[in-house]
Ligand binder design. Structure first.
Ligand code: GDP
Ligand code: IMO
Ligand code: MG
Length: 458
């Protein structure tokens, strides 16, 4: 069977930790979208691992697959594999021949477009990894796929088509001189060919490429368990998120089928677990109706809401939760939990269960608020409106909960749900009841042993 892990908010909900938590019963962990914009943390025996491309099952020695829906930068993939090997792990990663390759100019174009957009305050605040430009070329039918790296003739033919187009974009659309770029070779066919052909040889030598759909279907037919590890989160999904402040793929459960080659029936027969952070964080731009305080450069109306008591609370939660981007190190924007957002995410992906993380971070506050509904143009809304402009105009209607004390979380986790402070249980049960979805796991710390497990999905 499959268990699909989906971020229910804006990324960084603690997906890596939950993949690891349930990883013991898993044979294969497959990513279905995104690339090295992801940063998934697994804490194992006191050691912290931050993974961008290698699926989080690697820490437990499970086979990892990067599905066809992923975009793969072989430079960062091999760096990550080498670093993990230096730390004593031996990651077994298979890459879909249909996955698209992030080429050096994709990163450069990501940076150029963000810079141009920032002149009119329209930047997304991307991770700069070239994710958007690579998916653009995929949809534009001018991309390079992992399978193309194995065939020198195909690789050269693809590059000879796409690189001159990108040179023209850089020179004629953006008016830049390629020779003055930090590394002009990013737009040189021969230089890219040499480097990426070599990656192709390494993929071949290490037998790393697969037909992902066939591989994963065979795994399931043999009765094995597959975990589908989503990256990012629902509100930065290109279809269901707050466009254009989104990533360029589908982190929601539908993406697990298209991004692996498993049928929607197979994915739907399994469990879909929504990962919920007990409050909100956001890296990058875009609205956030329950935001506390703000981050200069990312919060759209920082000047209006960036000061005062709420900012102090935001700083407190940011420090307690270590809320700085795994990939970019940027401070994350912080807000209260947003129920209309979670109702939207639950519907889009059909969560069969949720995992609520970071309850420990909120401990010690006198009160904890949640955005229960929104008011938009005098009307009360229980879920998110479809346009980002409407969402930006939504005012959150807050519900206030009494806070809960700091306790020995490790001990509480081993004792089980009943050991949680009463007020924390009230908070969990409110979320479960509003989403009509049971909490399978409750995170009270970053380690595997700091999670209360109420349900084993496999
Ligand atoms: P992901 O991208 O969804 O995998 O999440 P990240 O790894 O980017 O961010 C989650 C951070 O919170 C990591 O540093 C985790 O180790 C940590 N974390 C996960 N669950 C919990 C929890 O329940 N409590 C606390 N305090 N930290 C957690
Ligand atoms: P994980 O898997 C949080 C955000 C970026 C930016 C937007 C687009 O660790 O949860 P992109 O580089 O993808 O084109 O950036 O999406 N973003 C993330 N935010 N967690 C992530 O991944 C993210 N991946 C992308 O900050 O706002
Ligand atoms: Mg992350």
């Amino acid at each position: 069977m499959t268990v699909t892990i989906v971020g229910s908010q804006l990324g960084d909900e603690g997906k890596g930790g939950i993949v690891d938590l349930y990883g013991d019963d898993v044979d294969v962990v497959a990513r279905y979208q995104g690339g090295d914009n992801a940063g998934h943390t697994v804490v194992h025996e006191g050691e912290e691992y931050k993974l961008s491309l290698v699926p989080s099952g690697a820490i437990r020695g499970k086979v990892g697959v990067l599905g066809n829906g992923c975009v793969v930068n072989p430079r960062t993939l091999f760096d990550e594999i080498d670093t993990l090997q230096d730390r004593g792990l031996d990651p077994d990663v298979r890459i879909a021949e249909r996955a698209h390759v992030i080429l050096p100019f994709h990163r450069v174009l990501d940076g150029i477009e963000e810079k141009v957009k920032s002149e009119t305050d329209q930047e997304v605040g991307t991770t700069g990894r070239g994710i958007g430009p690579t998916y653009e070329d995929k949809a534009g039918r001018r991309g390079v796929r992992v399978g193309d790296l194995l065939d020198p003739d195909v690789l050269r033919e693809r590059l000879e088509y796409v690189v001159p187009q990108k040179r023209a974009v850089v020179e004629d659309v953006y008016g830049l001189d390629i020779d003055e770029l930090e590394d002009p070779d990013v737009l040189d066919v021969d230089a890219i060919f040499e480097e990426f052909r070599e990656f192709g040889r390494r993929f071949e030598a290490e037998d790393m490429t697969v037909n992902a759909g066939a591989f994963l279907s065979a795994t399931i037919d043999e009765g094995q368990n597959v975990m589908l590890e989503g990256a990012q989160g629902t509100i930065i999904d290109i279809d269901h998120g707050n466009y254009p402040y989104v990533t360029s793929s589908n982190p929601t459960a539908g993406g697990a089928a298209t991004g692996t080659g498993l049928s929607p029936g197979v994915v739907g027969d399994g469990e879909v677990i929504g990962i919920v952070k007990a409050y909100l964080t956001r890296v990058g731009s875009g609205p956030l109706p329950t935001e506390l305080g703000g981050v200069v450069g990312d919060t759209p109306d920082y000047d209006e809401q960036g000061e005062g008591e709420n900012e102090e609370l935001a700083n407190y939660i940011r420090e307690e939760g270590g809320e700085y981007g795994t990939v970019t190190g940027r401070p994350r924007r912080v807000g209260w939990l947003d129920l209309p957002m979670l109702r939207h995410s639950t519907r889009v992906s059909g969560f069969t269960g949720i995992a609520i993380n970071h309850l420990d971070v909120l401990a010690g506050l006198d009160e904890v608020k949640v955005g229960h509904t929104y008011t938009l143009d005098g009307e009360e809304l229980a879920s998110m409106p479809a346009t980002t402009e409407q969402w930006a105009r939504c005012e959150a209607n807050f519900k206030t909960f009494d806070g809960w004390p700091e306790v020995d979380w490790q001990a509480a986790a081993s004792e089980g749900y009943d050991a949680l402070p009463e007020n924390a249980k009230t908070y969990v049960e409110y979320i479960e009841s509003e989403l009509d979805t049971p909490a399978y796991a409750i995170g009270v710390g970053p380690g595997r042993g700091e999670t209360i497990v109420r349900e084993q999905p496999f």
